[in-house]
Write a protein that binds this ligand. Sequence first.
Ligand code: HEM
Ligand code: HEM
Length: 176
Amino acid sequence: MTAAAGAERYNAVARTLHWVIALVIIGNIIGGFFHDALEDVVNVMPLHKSLGLTVLALSLVRLGWRVANPAPPLPAHTPPWEKGAAHLTHAVFYILMIGLPMTGWLVSSGSKYPLNWFGLFDVPKFGITPDGAIDGFAHETHEIMGWVAVFLIVLHVGAALRHHFVLKDDVLRRMA
Ligand code: HEM
Ligand code: HEM
């Protein structure tokens, strides 16, 4: 904690989890939205589900790690509205990192397809009624959360690039 504010970095565990989860989420958003279009070429859904369940497990670990390891403070020159926007974005990301896989798991619980983790073991299904209220809600929420994630990723990446190339501070470097 002796480094100047803004020069401190997220620790290696936080950085690794950030990038692994970010890459898988981006891949799953693409796979999710294009799975119908890709149907004749490849069935992406088994991979989508296994990767998504992995995101759920990693995100729970990450949340625990984050509670135990507070984030380094933003540079002192950051205006309060921007700090608020960053904290809100990050909080919603945590909700999405858990909510997207959970709603996907619910959707898959109501479907006839098997649910397993990379073909290695079966994953239990929730006892919901196919095409019932919970199934419908989970389906809608999964799709809406997908779009919210797209919006926030664009915002978040834009903010990171602005810090690096316009404000020329250490915000991107501390997650790199
Ligand atoms: C990183 C986590 C995840 C992300 C970012 C994600 C994203 C998406 C997106 C964007 C769609 C397209 C939504 C639509 O057009 O309806 C989708 C569809 C779907 N996802 Fe996920 N998903 C994730 C995890 C999961 C998990 C863990 C499961 C199941 C265990 C799952 C099961 C499904 C299913 C079955 C569909 C197809 C819904 C349909 O079109 O009928 N997803 N996902
Ligand atoms: C699905 C994609 C992504 C998700 C869900 C995500 C999520 C997050 C979350 C939750 C944090 C807060 C970390 C914490 O305090 O625990 C964070 C920080 C950060 N992310 Fe991402 N991220 C994604 C993609 C990216 C990309 C592509 C970049 C770079 C271009 C990036 C750059 C950063 C930076 C620089 C920080 C530190 C910002 C700060 O401390 O205020 N992220 N990200």
